[in-house]
Design a binder for this molecule. Structure first.
Ligand code: BV8
Length: 265
């Protein structure tokens, strides 16, 4: 740990890839691995446009539960440590795959974190660019929750899912990126610009991810190409095949909530 801490103090440019394991200490289930999500359906099957087309009510039920859990949850010490690192190191940039809003609530400087997969707390139209946040979104969620509570079956029918107040045609959906959907191009472009803005990256932090989802996982390789030394934090036993760790890299096995504040102090 101390050789990593010394290396970090000598790292002007740091990139981090943040996965669901970062929020596990806050009590939010991950998709896979230790404490993985279990639902009556595989989470990956519900996080697709096809699932929404087939049964928008069931998909909304899945996201309503996750919104409620995320709202209840609190950022943990790892979220706060990463926000503190961002304030301390101007050239620290984070890429989050998480949609739970905990990094934002931990005060992570918005200019130093990108959210690749959207946000549980935004709602958007399936046919026009209209997006709804905050109080307006809460009103819609309240209506959806009521409809769900009164629905005869265990989930909403499409009829109960609200349509867009702007175009009056499209169903409203969670403002997240589903499997098979493109990531936000502006976010990808700004990340590319940051990565290419200098000849090297000194440290790549890989925190709480199974490194199975692309193109997010590709940022590890991009950092390695910029000569970064990689430091992985995961509660599971090391699986070097997955991450291709090399001699100069680190693998810290344990809970992100304990390890990350120690690593970044
Ligand atoms: C796209 C939002 C193209 C929704 C999510 C190669 C290139 C490009 C695409 C692909 C490719 N190969 C495959 C694809 C397709 C696909 C993909 O990656 N599939 C995977 C399953 C193989 N990718 C896509 O579809 C992406 N889109 O490529 O578009 C395109 C281009 C143009 C036009 C059209 C299309 C979109 C992917 C985004 C999917 N949406 N989230 C939602 O959340 O409901 S991804 C979802 O998985 C979550 O965001 C989650 O964060 C994310 C990734 O998982 P992890 O964060 O890694 O979480 P996981 O549970 O897997 O692992 C947690 C880890 O933490 C475990 O290792 C565990 O051991 C550890 N852990 C647990 N507790 C702790 C801990 N560690 C430390 N401490 C703890 N306490």
């Amino acid at each position: 740990m101390s050789d990593f801490q010394i290396h970090l103090t000598e790292s002007p440019r740091i990139l981090a890839l943040l996965g669901a394991g970062l929020s596990a200490p806050s009590g939010l289930p991950t998709f896979r691995g230790a404490g993985g999500l279990w639902w009556m359906h595989d989470a990956k099957q519900l996080s697709t446009p096809q699932a929404f087309d087939e049964n928008p009510g069931l998909v909304w039920e899945f996201y309503l539960e996750r919104r409620a859990a995320a709202k209840e949850a609190r950022p943990n010490a790892a979220h706060f440590a990463l926000a503190e690192l961002a304030r301390r190191v101007p050239e620290f940039n984070a890429i989050s795959m998480n949609i739970d809003g905990l990094s934002e609530r931990a005060g992570h400087p918005p200019a130093q974190i990108s959210f690749l997969h959207g946000n549980l707390f935004s709602i958007r139209c399936t046919t026009c660019p209209h997006t709804i946040h905050d109080e307006a979104a809460e009103a819609i969620i309240a209506a959806l929750t009521t409809a769900l509570a009164h629905s005869s079956t265990s989930n909403l029918s499409a009829a109960s899912v609200p349509t867009c107040p702007a175009c009056h045609t499209g169903l409203l959906r969670p403002g997240v990126v589903w499997f098979g959907e493109a990531l936000p191009s502006a976010t990808l472009a700004s990340l590319y610009a940051w990565i290419e803005a200098a000849p090297s990256i000194d440290t790549m932090l890989v925190i709480g991810t199974s490194a199975e989802v692309y193109p997010a996982t590709a940022y590890i390789e991009a950092a390695r190409k910029k000569l970064a030394r990689v430091a992985v934090v995961n509660i599971e036993q090391e699986d070097p095949g997955l991450l291709g760790l090399e001699e100069q890299d680190w693998y810290f096995q344990g809970d992100a909530g304990d390890l990350v504040p120690e690593m970044l102090k």
